[in-house]
Design a protein around this ligand. Structure first.
Ligand SMILES: *Cc1c(COP(=O)(O)O)cnc(C)c1O
Length: 384
C-alpha cells in the first residue's frame, strides 16, 4: 500500500470479530487498567495504560508505517520524545548537534542534560565529512534537523548517516519540518527519527505530541522501556486526535507546499523583502541536497525584511488573517519573530553566530486560499 492509503488505514482496521463493533475510526480507550481472567495472562497483552493503550497502540502502528519504521512510540510532546532519546545515553557521552537546532531542543540539551553529564557540540555541518572534526572518543550521537528551524538549512542525511556509522554513532533526525510525506530519514540511513507531532503530523493545533520511529529492535526495546519507565506517554484522547489528523496529511502537505510557492512568488516581487529562505528555491544553498532527499518542500519559509526591528514588529502586528503565534505546520497560517519568540532562549551572541538576525520572520503557510494569504501579507507590508 502507498502513503495516503496507509495514512488513512494503518492501525485503523475495523474489528469485525471478537465482539468488535466495526468502528471505522479507532475509539478513545480511556481505561487506565485492564482486567484479566488469568492472573499471569494480560488480556490482549494490556496491563496498564502507561505501558500500553489500544488507542495509542493504533497510532503507533500508523506512525511506524508513515516513516517506513518497524517500531514507533508516541509521547506527550516532541520534547518528551527527545528527552527519552537522550535518556538512552550515559553520563559522559557526547552529542554533535546541528547548530541551528529548534530552540527548545537546544535549551533541553544545554540547560537540563548538560547538568546530568551529557556533553554537546553545536556545529554547522551539511555532510558526513563535516562532522568528522567534531568527533571525540566519547561521541555517541549526531543530532540532525533538516530543514532546520528557522534558517531552512539542509543536511545531507545519507552522507551524515554513513559517516556516523563508520564511527559507531547513532544518527537522529528531527523530521518535524519535512513531515514523513516529503522525507523519510530511515530510508536514507538514519537510526532514529523524531517528530513534534504538534506540527504537520497532527496538523490541527489540537494536541501537543511527539513520536520516535526506529528500525533497530534492540534500540526500540530501550526506547519502549524508557517510554514506560519515564512515563511521558501520549494520552488516549491526543492519540485519537493525531490519528485523525494523519488521515489528511498527504492532502495538507500538497496544499501547504503549493501555497508556499505562491507566497514566495509574491514576496520575491516585494522590495521590502531582502532575502527568502526556502529549500525549494534553486538559489537556496541546500537546494541540490533537498532535491535529492526530499520529495517536496512543505510550507515552512523564512524571510528577512529590509527594515529595522520596530518595522518588523509593525508588519507582524498589522496582519489580520495570519496569526502571530509560535508553532507551525498546522492548517492555519502562523507567523512569528524567532529572535523574540521561538528562539528567545538562544543567547543573542549565539543567534548572531548562526545567522539568526533580528529582522528574520518565519512563516508557516497554512492551507487557506492563496489569494487571501497574499492579500493579508500585502496590506501588512504596506504599513511599513
Ligand atoms: C516544536 C518542535 C519541537 C518540540 O516539540 P513540542 O511538541 O513542542 O514539544 C522539536 N523540534 C522541532 C523542529 C519543532 O518544531
Amino acid at each position: 500500500m502507498k502513503f495516503s492509503t496507509n495514512a488513512v488505514h494503518a492501525g485503523n482496521e475495523p474489528n469485525l470479530k471478537d465482539g468488535g463493533f466495526g468502528d471505522v475510526i479507532v475509539p478513545i480507550h480511556l481505561s487506565t487498567t485492564f482486567a484479566r481472567s488469568k492472573v499471569d495472562k494480560p488480556t490482549a497483552g494490556l496491563e496498564y495504560s502507561r505501558s500500553g493503550n489500544p488507542t495509542r497502540g493504533a497510532l503507533e502502528k500508523n506512525l511506524a508505517n508513515l516513516e517506513h519504521a518497524k517500531f514507533a512510540y508516541a509521547f506527550s510532546s516532541g520534547l518528551a520524545a527527545i528527552t527519552n532519546i537522550l535518556l538512552s545515553l550515559k553520563k559522559g557521552d557526547h552529542v554533535i548537534s546541528i547548530d541551528d537546532v529548534y530552540g527548545g531542543t537546544r535549551r533541553l540539551f544545554t540547560r537540563v542534560f548538560q547538568d546530568f553529564g551529557l556533553e554537546f557540540t553545536f556545529a554547522d555541518f551539511a555532510t558526513g565529512k563535516d562532522i568528522e572534526k567534531y568527533i571525540r572518543k566519547n561521541t555517541k550521537m549526531v543530532w540532525v534537523e533538516s530543514p532546520t528551524n528557522p534558517l531552512m538549512k539542509i543536511i545531507d542525511i545519507a552522507s551524515v548517516s554513513t559517516a556516523a556509522k563508520k564511527y559507531n554513532l547513532l544518527t537522529v533526525v528531527d523530521n518535524t519540518f519535512a513531515s514523513p510525506y516529503f522525507q523519510k530519514p530511515l530510508d536514507l540511513g538514519a537510526d532514529i527519527v523524531i517528530h513534534s507531532m504538534t506540527k504537520y503530523i497532527g496538523g490541527h493545533s489540537t494536541s501537543v505530541a511527539g513520536a520516535i520511529m526506529i528500525n533497530n529492535a534492540s534500540l526500540a526495546e530501550k526506547i519502549k522501556f524508557l517510554q514506560n519507565a519515564v512515563g511521558a506517554i501520549l494520552s488516549p484522547f491526543d492519540s485519537f486526535m493525531i490519528l485523525n489528523g494523519i488521515k489528511t496529511l498527504s492532502l495538507r502537505m500538497e496544499k501547504h507546499q503549493e501555497n508556499a510557492f505562491k507566497v514566495i512568488e509574491f514576496l520575491q516581487k516585494n522590495s521590502k523583502v531582502r532575502k527568502i529562505y526556502f529549500p525549494g528555491l534553486p538559489s537556496h544553498k541546500g537546494y541540490d541536497i533537498a532535491k535529492k532527499q526530499m520529495s517536496g518542500f512543505s510550507g515552512m519559509l523564512s524571510f528577512e525584511l529590509n527594515t529595522n526591528l520596530k518595522s518588523s514588529v509593525r508588519f507582524l502586528e498589522s496582519l489580520k488573517l495570519i496569526s502571530v503565534a509560535e508553532s507551525l505546520g498546522v492548517v492555519e497560517s502562523l507567523i512569528e519573530h524567532p529572535a523574540s519568540m521561538t528562539h528567545a532562549s538562544v543567547p543573542p551572541e549565539e543567534r548572531k553566530k548562526i545567522g539568526l538576525s533580528d529582522g528574520l520572520i518565519r512563516l508557516s503557510v497554512g492551507i487557506e486560499d492563496t489569494e487571501d494569504l497574499i492579500d493579508d501579507l500585502s496590506q501588512a507590508l504596506k504599513k511599513i
